[in-house]
Design a binder for this molecule. Structure first.
Ligand SMILES: Nc1ncnc2c1ncn2[C@@H]1O[C@H](COP(=O)(O)OP(=O)(O)OP(=O)(O)O)[C@@H](O)[C@H]1O
Length: 266
């Protein structure tokens, strides 16, 4: 299989539910071996975008293409099962993964520094331990694409950088693509090849340093030191909705391709 074929391509994706435009004009490409981080404020549509890309929600506009038989490891933002169920971590890892053996599950736990948690009850885990277990589960089937929704939720500040280093190491080991959602660009910068900053639409995208200086990013994340120069002709309300009739046109700025990114990756 050619490495230049993307894992996922999204072309002008949009989603409208009950007359509300949750996402529009999202175009992106994700290659094998690449870490792409989606950032944006609460309600920006980050989780919704992941769900569209995974095929869990159907777009009302545009197209998603996934490499045929793509093996995906998905770490959702919220656990779908009741964490208070009397279930061990090992049982949780094996749940719904008939091809995964106990030895593989144990190895996946060890890999994320959670080997000692195999017999622990899910309900007893701390927030940070739970995130590691979810990461182990997502990585256990040796995915070609890891999709991680806020992987450091509940992890203390000191441990957050460690989790991102772990994700970068997993990318190297599995040679997989990684699509992750984060609130904090500065935290993920070192472990990210490309950033997509969204708020219903793509506000800006590119290499992390580039995005961190982009006025559209600074506007969203409130860096008051930087001068405001972006031609943003609308504002976003608290819920993230676009306030005012006009929209800014980011469609001319297309995400660049992986070959350039890979070359530039340190
Ligand atoms: N099935 C749905 N029906 C209607 N509205 C929805 C649906 N799914 C999501 N939304 C709305 O879409 C918006 C985006 O939600 P989403 O969870 O994608 O945001 P997010 O960027 O991941 O937010 P957060 O950072 O808070 O996790 C929210 O206002 C949410 O209420």
């Amino acid at each position: 299989m050619s490495h230049s074929e993307p894992l996922i391509t999204a072309d002008n994706l949009g989603l409208e539910i009950a007359g509300r435009q949750l996402l529009q004009n999202i175009t992106l490409e994700l290659q094998q071996g690449e870490i792409v981080t989606v950032i944006g404020p609460n309600g920006a549509g980050k989780t919704t975008l992941l769900r569209l890309l995974l095929g869990l929600t159907k777009a009302t506009d545009g197209r998603v293409w996934r490499r045929p038989d793509l093996r995906i490891g998905y770490m959702p933002q919220r656990l779908q099962i009741d964490a208070s169920m009397p279930m061990s971590v090992m049982r949780f890892l094996l749940l719904g993964q008939p091809r995964l053996g106990a030895a593989q599950a144990q190895a996946a736990l060890r890999r994320v520094g959670a080997g000692q948690l195999a017999d622990a009850k899910l309900a007893d885990l701390s927030g940070g331990e739970m995130q590691r277990v979810l990461l182990a589960r997502a990585a256990s089937r040796k995915p070609q694409l890891l999709v991680l929704d806020e992987p450091t939720q509940g992890v203390d500040v000191g441990g957050q950088g460690e989790v991102y280093q772990l994700i970068a190491a997993l990318r190297d080991e599995l040679d997989c693509g990684v699509l992750l959602v984060s609130h904090d660009l500065h935290l993920v910068m070192a472990a990210t090849d490309r950033v997509l900053c969204i708020n219903q639409h793509i506000c800006c995208h590119g290499h992390p340093e580039q995005v961190s200086r982009d006025p559209a990013y600074l506007e969203l994340f409130g860096d008051k030191v930087a001068p405001y120069t972006h031609q943003h002709n609308h504002q976003h309300g608290l819920s993230g909705d676009i306030v005012g009739a006009q929209r800014c046109d980011h469609s001319a700025r297309q995400p660049h391709t992986h070959s350039a990114n890979q070359d530039e990756r340190k």
